[in-house]
Design a protein around this ligand. Structure first.
Ligand SMILES: [Cu+2]
Length: 103
């Protein structure tokens, strides 16, 4: 009986090796990855920040587009031309800047 159980466990082992997450261990969560961007426009009334951004962790290629911001107060200290590094979240289909770092 013990030998049969050991054989069953061994047979199950390859299933762990094939864990679909195994190949993704180096991928950081999107929000934790900082992307290079340049501020193109600050729209305080709409709470929008237009950025020229590099490739995003969600697969979006470099482009210029508007983002929402997690904290509207950030818009007060940004101006067109500022170079930033930012984290973003695309939950709910709305791209939102969740973190900003300025050199
Ligand atoms: Cu984009």
């Amino acid at each position: 009986m013990k030998a049969l159980l050991a054989a069953a466990l061994l047979a199950a082992a390859p299933a762990f090796a094939a864990d679909p997450h195994a190949g993704h261990s180096h991928a950081a969560p999107a929000a934790a990855t900082l992307v290079d961007g340049t501020v193109k426009k600050v729209d305080k009334a709409a709470g929008r920040l237009t950025l020229s951004h590099g490739p995003l962790p969600n697969g979006m290629p470099a482009m210029t587009m508007a983002f929402g911001v997690k904290n509207p107060a950030w818009l007060d200290r940004l101006k067109a031309g500022d170079k930033i590094r930012f984290g973003m979240d695309d939950a709910g289909g709305v791209l939102t800047v969740t973190r900003i770092e300025q050199p």
